[in-house]
Design a protein around this ligand. Structure first.
Ligand SMILES: Cc1ncc(COP(=O)(O)O)c(C=O)c1O
Length: 415
């Protein structure tokens, strides 16, 4: 039995009296789920770390789901933490690791939140899950709703990559491509949730927000209880940063983790309100109008619910923010593929792009243990790489033709 102590407002301390209240009744902020972890002891670390469960649900007690029987799982979590020796040597980072979330069930980090969020929806008795999304959350909510036997309705902006839309539709979602900017779509979405009583899978849902604490738990486990110096996270709404910080606080509160990592918000320069606030020392996150960027999945100018918490988490950790140009992002995407064998969508490669920038500035040291969260698969946005299959001319099966082709292509594809 997971023990949810309270749904509490982190701004003013107000507590919800019902399980399906998501916003603070006093100030309107998104509530936070507090878990009662008092029953856990040091010996539970070993039990958890040696569990036969290969998913994030190995950490069941830390997630706001009451009964194990309600868990909706596609085997999410425990993605590889890969030490990228060749890439690290090239970039002057001895201990460069990638947390490879391209390998999550629907191909993006969103599965961490939605497995937890949809499991809770089952307990609360909802029959329809909804989300507005830049694409990855749509595909993920569709997948988990399908597994749970729930309906799903997802909203995406016009122009969202076809791969993500197709993925969501294939899993049975009703996909609505909304002719409005993200803010306009958000307002429309909130009105629809209220009208139809759908289960809200946005970061306004305190249950789903807990799912990304799994970054902290898995890294703690995979690094043999060591804590990295840096965790760099591609950032849009800020949920990953907030939850990672909360996860480490819980581990620290139990006396299991002895340090905290520095967190880095990696954003596209076209939509970088959190990085800007970190840079200027601002106490608030000022929304911006998102410009065009190849990092479409993190093209969010207004982080709404969790932006301020993300800002505070990064500051408390002694970390920083980085706003990256499309050139830096695409260069990182290419290096990741060609020197580490990991094909990520551009948004997901912003973490490596930020690591490169910070290493170049001397902020990250040569011996620092650096974890780049790589959060979405390259197959979700193949058009971002200038290597379309259409450009590969077929050849006759003839060795002379092959020799000609090899000569013509030179060392194409090599770093
Ligand atoms: C690939 C990818 N990476 C990172 C993010 C950032 O998520 P957040 O800042 O909400 O943790 C998103 C979604 O918004 C995403 O799709």
């Amino acid at each position: 039995m997971g023990r949810i102590a309270a749904l509490r407002c982190p701004q003013c301390g107000w507590e919800a009296v019902t399980d399906d209240t998501f916003a603070c009744g006093a100030c309107g902020a998104v509530l936070e789920a507090h878990m009662d972890l008092g029953h856990l002891t040091r010996s539970d670390v070993r039990v958890i770390r040696t569990s036969a469960d290969k998913s994030l649900w190995r950490w069941f007690d830390f997630f706001p789901v009451k009964n194990r029987g309600s868990v909706v799982s596609l085997g999410e979590g425990y993605t590889p933490l890969t030490r990228c020796r060749r890439l690290g040597a090239h970039l002057g980072m001895e201990r460069l690791y990638v947390k490879n979330d391209t390998l999550l069930p629907s191909g993006s980090l969103k599965d961490r939140s939605n497995s937890v969020g949809i499991s809770r929806a089952v307990e609360l008795g909802f029959d329809t899950a909804a989300v507005p999304s830049t694409g990855n959350a749509a595909a993920s909510v569709a997948a988990y709703a399908a597994a749970a036997g729930m309906r799903s309705v997802v909203m995406v902006p016009a122009g969202t990559d076809a791969a993500k839309v197709t993925q969501a539709r294939a899993c049975g979602a009703t996909v609505l491509m909304v002719d409005a900017d993200l803010d306009g779509m958000g307002a429309f979405y909130r009105a629809a949730v209220k009208e139809f009583g759908w289960y809200d899978c946005l970061s306004t849902n305190p249950y789903r927000n807990e799912g990304k604490k799994s970054y902290a738990f898995e890294l703690f486990d995979q690094l043999d209880e060591h804590v990295p110096h840096w965790i760099i996270h591609p950032t849009a709404g800020g949920a990953g940063l907030v939850a990672t910080w909360k996860g480490y606080q819980e581990l620290h509160g139990l006396g299991w983790a002895h340090r905290f990592p520095r967190l880095v918000a990696a954003q596209s320069a076209a939509a970088a309100p959190i990085a800007a606030a970190l840079e200027s020392g601002s106490a608030t996150v000022e929304p911006v109008t998102a410009g065009a960027t190849v990092a479409e999945s993190i093209q969010v100018g207004n982080p709404h619910a969790l932006g301020l918490r993300a800002l505070r988490a990064v500051r408390a950790s002694g970390g920083t923010g980085v706003a990256l140009s499309d050139e830096e992002i695409l260069a990182a995407q290419g290096l990741l593929a060609r020197m580490a064998g990991i094909f990520a969508e551009p948004a997901a490669a912003t973490s490596l792009a930020a690591a490169i920038r910070l290493r170049g500035e001397g902020v990250i040291g040569a011996d620092d243990l650096v974890v780049c969260n790589v959060t979405g698969h390259g197959l979700k946005q193949v058009a971002s790489v200038d290597m379309s299959a259409d450009a590969v001319e077929p050849i006759r099966p003839d060795l002379d033709v092959l020799k000609e082709r090899l000569k013509a292509t030179g060392n194409e594809g090599q770093p």
